[in-house]
Design a protein around this ligand. Structure first.
Ligand code: NAD
Length: 486
C-alpha cells in the first residue's frame, strides 16, 4: 500500500492510482492547486503507459467474474456502493469544492446525491435487460445485452465525481470493468470513489483509477489495444484527438462535449421565472456545459426583461464557494482564467460592450465577475465559441424564424432553454432547434431514464436509460427457429 495520503477539508485522500484493488504510486507527480484559495492540495501520481497497461490488465482479468455475476448478482454490490457515496456525501462535497471551486451547498444537496443515484439507478435498470425477446413468424429473437469488456472513462474537472459516476454506473451495471482517468485539475474525489467502491465490495480490478495528465495517462489509455469502450466527457478539441485513437482500433466511443446553448425568452413568458433562470446561468462561474449562454429575447419585452435580469443577477454573489450565500465561485485554474479573460478582451476589441461585469472580481485572483454582453453580433467569437465562464451574450429577435436561425447559428448543439406560455409556440421552436436537450419553462432537469448527449460538435451518441446500455453492451440476437427443439 502506498503511503501518499493528503488531508483535504479534513478528509484523508490517497494521491495515487488504484489498480487491481491496490494503491500504486508513480515517481512523477503533478501539483493539484485549489482554485478556492490557491492552496497546494496535493502532489498526485502522474501515470503513463506503464500504469495504463497495468490498469487495463487488471480490468481485463477482473472482467469474466464480474460479467458472470449478471445484473442480479451485481445489484447488491452496486447498491452498497451508492449507499457508501451517500454516507460520505458531506466529505465528498467539501473535497470537490476545494478541488474544483464548485459550490459546496450544491455539491452536498444535488451533485453527490445525484452521483449515488447514478450508481443505483443503472444497477436496477440492468435487471430489465434480461429476458427481452421479439417474436417473428419463423423464429423467436432473444435479445441479449452482453457486457462489452473494459471501458475507459475520461471526465472533466467541472463535476468530476458526478460525471464519472454517470459513466461508472451503467458501465459496471452492464457487467463491464472500468479504468477511470480523472481530470488533472480536480483529481481527488475520483480517488475517494475507489475507496468507497472497495469498501462496498466491488471486486479488485473492476474499478481502477489512473491519475495523470490527459496527453500522457489519457492518451495511453485511449490508445491501448485491449480496450472495448471509450466514454469521454470534455472539450470538442480533445474528443477529436481521442476519436482518432478510437478509429484506429474501431473502439466504440461516446463523446459528451461542449456547448454554446441558446436561452430563448418569448414575450408571453413568465418573465420573473425566466429572469431568475437566466441569472442562474452564472452558477459555478458558468463552468457548466449545459449553460444557456446565448440569451435571445423577443424585441417587444427586451427593455423590461433586461431590468429583471439585472436585478436577478445582482444576487449572484461572487465569493468563497464554501459560504452559503455564494453563487459564483472561482474559475478552476489560472490558465482557464486567462482563457476566459481572453475571450472577454477580444469581445471588447470586436466592439461588444459589457452591460455589467467584464473582468476580474475584487474577491480574488481566479474570481471573474458575472458578465453580460449586449447587442452582440452573432458572428463574433464571443457568440460562437464556448467560454466556459460567467459570460453571457444578449440578442433580440422579432419572430420565431429569426430566433430559430439565431439558435442554430453555432457549431454546437448540446442544449437549449425556452420560456413561453404558449405550448404550440414553445413546441414549434423547440422542435426546430438542433440540440440534444431542450428545456421548456425549466432548466437542468435531467431524469436518468432519458437520452442525453449533443448534436453537431457537442457530441456523439446518447447515454441515459437504455441508451447507456446500448453503448456499454455488445447487443446480440439469438434467433431460434420455432418448434425446432425436441
Ligand atoms: P478537456 O477536453 O481538456 O479534458 C477532459 C478530460 O480529457 C480530462 O480528464 C483530460 O485529462 C483528458 N484529456 C485531455 N487530453 C487527452 C488526450 N489527448 N487523450 C486522452 N484524454 C485526454 O476538457 P476540460 O477542460 O476538462 O472540460 C471542459 C469541457 O468539458 C467543456 O468543453 C465542457 O463543455 C465539457 N463538458 C461537457 C459535458 C457534457 O456532458 N456534454 C459535461 C461537462 C463538461
Amino acid at each position: 500500500m502506498s503511503t501518499n495520503i493528503v488531508k483535504v477539508a479534513g478528509v484523508d485522500i490517497s494521491t495515487d492510482h488504484f489498480i487491481g484493488g491496490k494503491r500504486v504510486a508513480s515517481a512523477n507527480r503533478f501539483a493539484d492547486i485549489s482554485p478556492v484559495d490557491g492552496s497546494h492540495l496535493a502532489d498526485v501520481s502522474a501515470g503513463g503507459k506503464v500504469e495504463a497497461n497495468a490498469a487495463v490488465e487488471a480490468a481485463r482479468n477482473a472482467f469474466p467474474a464480474w460479467a458472470a455475476l449478471g445484473p442480479k448478482g451485481r445489484l447488491p454490490i452496486l447498491k452498497k456502493f451508492a449507499e457508501g457515496i451517500l454516507a460520505r456525501a458531506s466529505e465528498l462535497a467539501a473535497v470537490e469544492t476545494m478541488d474544483n471551486g464548485s459550490l459546496v451547498a450544491g455539491n452536498l444537496h444535488r451533485v453527490i446525491p445525484r452521483a449515488a443515484h447514478n450508481i443505483d439507478f443503472f444497477a436496477e435498470w440492468a435487471l430489465t435487460l434480461e429476458g427481452h425477446s421479439i417474436d417473428s413468424p419463423e423464429v423467436v429473437n432473444h435479445i441479449k445485452y452482453d457486457p462489452s469488456g473494459v471501458a475507459v472513462l475520461i471526465t472533466p474537472w467541472n463535476a468530476p465525481f458526478m460525471l464519472t459516476t454517470w459513466k461508472v454506473g451503467p458501465a459496471l451495471a452492464a457487467g463491464n470493468t472500468v479504468v477511470i482517468k480523472p481530470p488533472e485539475w480536480a483529481p481527488l474525489t475520483c480517488s475517494l470513489m475507489a475507496d468507497i467502491a472497495k469498501a462496498a465490495g466491488v471486486p479488485d480490478g473492476v474499478l481502477n483509477v489512473v491519475q495523470g495528465i490527459g496527453e500522457e495517462a489519457g492518451d495511453a489509455l485511449v490508445n491501448h489495444h485491449d480496450v472495448d469502450r471509450i466514454s469521454f466527457t470534455g472539450s470538442t478539441d480533445t474528443a477529436k484527438i481521442i476519436g482518432q485513437a478510437a478509429a484506429r482500433s474501431i473502439t466504440p466511443m461516446s463523446a459528451e462535449l461542449g456547448g454554446k446553448s441558446p436561452f430563448i425568452i418569448c414575450a408571453d413568458a413568465d418573465l420573473d421565472a425566466a429572469a431568475q433562470t437566466v441569472a442562474a446561468q452564472y452558477m459555478n462561474a458558468g463552468q457548466v456545459c449545459l449553460a444557456g449562454t446565448r440569451i435571445m429575447v423577443e424585441k417587444k419585452i427586451e427593455e423590461q426583461f433586461l431590468e429583471k435580469v439585472r436585478d436577478a443577477s445582482a444576487h449572484m454573489v461572487v465569493g468563497d464557494p464554501r459560504e452559503k450565500d455564494t453563487r459564483v465561485g472561482p474559475l478552476i485554474h489560472k490558465d482557464h482564467f486567462e482563457r476566459v479573460a481572453g475571450f472577454v478582451e477580444r469581445a471588447k476589441a470586436d466592439g461588444a460592450v459589457p452591460l455589467w461585469g467584464g473582468g476580474r472580481s475584487n474577491f480574488g485572483d481566479l474570481y471573474f465577475e458575472p458578465t453580460l454582453f449586449a447587442d452582440v453580433n452573432p458572428s463574433l467569437e464571443i457568440s460562437q465559441r464556448e467560454v466556459f465562464g460567467p459570460v453571457l451574450t444578449w440578442q433580440s429577435f422579432r419572430n420565431d424564424d429569426e430566433v430559430v436561425s439565431l439558435a442554430n447559428n453555432t457549431k454546437y448543439g448540446l442544449a437549449g432553454t425556452l420560456f413561453s406560455r404558449s405550448e404550440k409556440r414553445a413546441m414549434d421552436i423547440a422542435s426546430q432547434v438542433t440540440a440534444g436537450t431542450l428545456w421548456v419553462n425549466c432548466f437542468f432537469v435531467r431524469d436518468l431514464a432519458v437520452p442525453f448527449g449533443g448534436a453537431k460538435d457537442s457530441g456523439m451518441g446518447r447515454e441515459g436509460g437504455s441508451w447507456s446500455f446500448d453503448f456499454y453492451s455488445d447487443i446480440k440476437n439469438i434467433s431460434v427457429r420455432k418448434g425446432s427443439f425436441a
